[in-house]
Design a protein around this ligand. Structure first.
Ligand SMILES: CC(C)(COP(=O)(O)OP(=O)(O)OC[C@H]1O[C@@H](n2cnc3c(N)ncnc32)[C@H](O)[C@@H]1OP(=O)(O)O)[C@@H](O)C(=O)NCCC(=O)NCCS
Length: 435
């Protein structure tokens, strides 16, 4: 058994009695109530999911295994000579809850290298798709195409014990995560670079190899590492994480679950917002003839968007009530590496003008920017200008968080998900409305 799997086994065995005791002895303790507004309104704030991988505080933002983003980036072992940590070390943290030593992070780097070989039929399948397919549709299809590789399905059919479900799930998850960067880079080079594919470099870590296969020079390797870490997990209720968890709860394997996650992430209110941000900014740039708008001019563009019944992409959040720390982390990267970039200047002006406008309009509960307001800018600057590809990068990151969650879901025996629905007439009756 590999070092990380051994460690995970130890953690899982230590954790199980906590869940068992809560369920057995405190199962009837109430943790909240549900209102009609929550039932109609997308279950906002209903406390009905459990995860220990990350927690999102509305005012503070995300903590991964108890660490804020700055704490995470500081504590994890760094790739030599680079600013950002190994993504593999971050995966170690999500899985075990512990900050790895450099040696432990490197062991995981080696483990991923062993698992990375993507079956050829995946690339053949991608090449058989129409080139104008959206990269998220191609990505989801490529992932589900590998379902036949599932070790979980094989073991399940052999009749393994429920207590051991997590082990083949772990194998599937690690195999899939090791392949996602290569599949994503292949989609990019096939779709936008005339099929000029760059093979992986077996000497590189996940972030470094992704930059290499994309054909983008340093410091894009650090951009990749930062992206995958920042986009990994945002507790369990968001569409992509919840979809992954929900599908996996039926004991569908990792390939089905992660492919479904990608479909959810592809919506413009969720992951696709980072593509929308760039498209919105490009529209403003076109109207301005490339000139940087004044704050007054920018206010007009924002009001025009709102008055035409559209949302301002990159602003607002279902849980957060302050500027997203994932936005801040990318902003700091921009201030250091691309302070004079025109699009960064646009984003900076938006940061000043949008929140007061959304407050004045009085609809959005959170007027502050989210992760998507900033992420496309960095990609654009480093030459990745095909913005419909941006959500694929988000998808690689999100798969890391959701795979970690699904392994633990299986380890703690979380059951199939099945909330209850009511009819409108039932709600009217509960509300005491007389007809
Ligand atoms: C993220 C988002 C989907 C959260 O939705 P939510 O939880 O329903 O947000 P709220 O409760 O604040 O929404 C209340 C109202 O404000 C509006 N609102 C929220 N964010 C807005 C924005 N950025 N621009 C304009 N209106 C916005 C909503 O559309 C809703 O309007 P309605 O009452 O007419 O339906 C929403 O803020 C949004 O659409 N943002 C833009 C897209 C985006 O950046 N998504 C990425 C999220 S990480």
């Amino acid at each position: 058994m590999s070092m990380i799997k051994e460690k995970l086994k130890e953690k899982i065995e230590g954790w199980r009695p906590r869940t068992t005791m809560l369920l057995k002895e405190y199962g009837k303790v109430q943790i909240g109530e549900v209102t009609i507004a929550q039932a109609i309104g997308g279950m906002r704030g209903v406390k009905c999911l459990v995860t220990d991988i990350s927690y999102l505080d509305p005012m503070e933002g995300i903590r991964f295994r108890g660490y804020t983003i700055p704490e995470t980036l500081k504590a994890l072992p760094k790739v030599p000579g680079r600013e950002m940590p190994y993504v593999e070390g971050f995966i170690y943290l999500l899985l075990t809850g512990d900050i790895p030593t450099e040696e432990q992070a490197l062991e995981l780097v080696e483990e991923f290298k062993k698992r990375h070989k993507t079956p050829d039929y995946v690339f053949d399948m991608i090449k058989a798709l129409p080139k104008d397919s959206h990269p998220m549709a191609i990505f989801a299809a490529a992932i589900v195409a590998m379902q036949r590789e599932s070790i979980f399905v094989k073991k399940y059919n052999e009749g393994i014990s429920k207590m051991d479900y997590w082990e083949p799930t772990y194998e599937d998850a690690m195999n899939l995560l090791a392949r996602l960067p290569e599949i994503a880079a292949f989609i990019y080079r096939w779709k936008y670079r005339d099929g000029d594919i760059i093979p992986p470099d077996p000497n590189l870590d996940m972030g470094g190899n992704f930059a290499h296969m994309m054909g983008i020079d340093k410091p894009y390797d650090d951009v990749a590492r930062l992206y995958f870490i920042l986009h990994s997990d945002h507790e369990s209720g968001n569409v992509s994480a919840h979809t992954g968890h929900l599908v996996a709860s039926a004991l569908s394997d990792i390939y089905y679950s992660i492919s479904a996650l990608i479909d959810g992430l592809a919506g413009p209110l969720h992951g696709l917002a980072n593509q929308e941000v760039l498209r919105w900014i490009q529209g403003v740039m076109d109207e301005m003839g490339g000139k940087i708008p004044t704050e007054e001019e920018m206010k007009k563009f924002v009001w025009d968007t709102l008055n035409s019944g559209q949302v301002v992409p990159g602003f607002g959040h279902a849980v957060l009530r302050k500027t997203d720390p994932r936005y801040q982390a990318q902003r700091e990267f921009c201030l250091k590496h691309l302070p004079d970039d025109d699009i960064f200047k646009y984003v900076d002006i938006l940061y000043k003008v949008v929140p007061p406008i959304l407050e004045e309009q009085g609809k959005a509960k959170n007027p502050w920017p989210n992760v998507d307001a900033q992420s496309g800018v960095i990609q654009w600057y480093y030459g990745l200008r095909e913005y419909d590809f941006y959500t694929v990068l988000f998808g690689i990151g999100r798969a890391i968080g959701v795979c970690s969650n699904i392994i633990w879901d299986r380890a703690l025996g979380y059951p199939i998900e099945r909330p209850k629905s009511l009819t409108t007439a039932m709600l009217e009756e509960v509300a005491g409305i007389k007809k």
